[in-house]
Design a protein around this ligand. Structure first.
Ligand SMILES: Cc1cc2nc3c(=O)[nH]c(=O)nc-3n(C[C@H](O)[C@H](O)[C@H](O)COP(=O)(O)O)c2cc1C
Length: 242
């Protein structure tokens, strides 16, 4: 892990996060990701190893336990802190839950109370109200958003506005969604080239069109686009955006 950290540092990251929450069978099978929940001592040594070579902050992200009968979030958080983690992120589910509800906010609150380093709360935040609930119930220092941001990058601004002023901003209309989708698609293509970029864009396009009236009939076409031109034509068909 210290060798991996040295490699990662070549890319000049702001911090290094060690993923101790991934539930994927192929990752868990070799002892990685959330399999580490079964071995807090090893998790602590991993943080120590990364920390020993890192010039930037080191964090770890984990779940609240392997399964319902072996929740060990407090002991695990303490082990990471003892290993030298600068902050930690808790996804309030067990490995056995995968992505099924509910997210255990009380467990995240217990983690927050048990360590001195900053705690980031994570899991099922899709709305400004859910973001506030995560802060209020857990007392966490920051929140992290995963799936809620897919097709909805406005969520961050909406949450900030709600937390600062209690205002729920209106959701973007179809035109704004299509504009953002095209901007996003162009950025992906700029970064990865059009061929791979357009492939990756398909899933994002489907997330962006979710909820737009009339878009349901175009879903199949969105999932088979091959060029940016085709995507632009489809966006135009949805709402006249170029
Ligand atoms: C498709 C997918 C890929 C993910 N990849 C990562 C990853 O590479 N590293 C990581 O720490 N978490 C990863 N996660 C977990 C998320 O960061 C997050 O903990 C989880 O989705 C719960 O938050 P959410 O309910 O806001 O999505 C992934 C989740 C999904 C659905």
């Amino acid at each position: 892990m210290s060798e991996a950290a040295v490699n990662a540092l070549r890319y000049r990251p702001d911090f290094i996060d060690v993923n101790m929450g991934c539930p994927a069978p192929k990752v868990v099978k070799s002892g990685g990701g959330s399999a580490l929940l079964k071995n807090p001592e090893l998790a602590e040594r991993i943080v120590e190893a990364v920390k020993s070579v890192s010039s930037v902050p080191v964090s770890a992200k984990f779940r609240i336990g392997w399964d319902e009968n072996s929740k060990n979030h407090v002991a695990f958080a303490k082990a990471l802190e003892a290993g030298g983690a600068d902050f930690i992120t808790v996804h309030g589910r067990t490995r056995a839950q995968m992505y099924a509800p509910p997210v255990d906010l009380a467990a995240i609150a217990e983690v927050k109370k048990s360590v001195r380093i900053p705690v980031i709360g994570n899991g099922d935040i899709y709305t400004p109200e859910e973001a506030k609930k995560m802060y209020d119930i857990t007392g966490c220092d920051f929140i992290m958003i995963g799936r809620g941001a897919l097709g909805n990058p406005w969520l961050f601004g909406q949450i900030n506005e709600y937390l600062a002023r209690g205002v729920l901003l209106p959701l973007p209309d179809a035109e704004e969604k299509m504009r953002m989708m095209l901007l996003h698609a162009r950025k992906i293509c700029e970064y990865k080239g059009e061929k791979i970029g357009v492939c990756e864009t398909r899933k994002h396009a489907l997330w962006y069109v979710k909820g737009i009236r009339g878009a349901a009939q175009l879903r199949n076409r969105f999932s088979t686009i091959r060029t940016l031109d085709e995507l632009e034509t489809l966006a135009e068909a949805v709402c006249g955006v170029k």
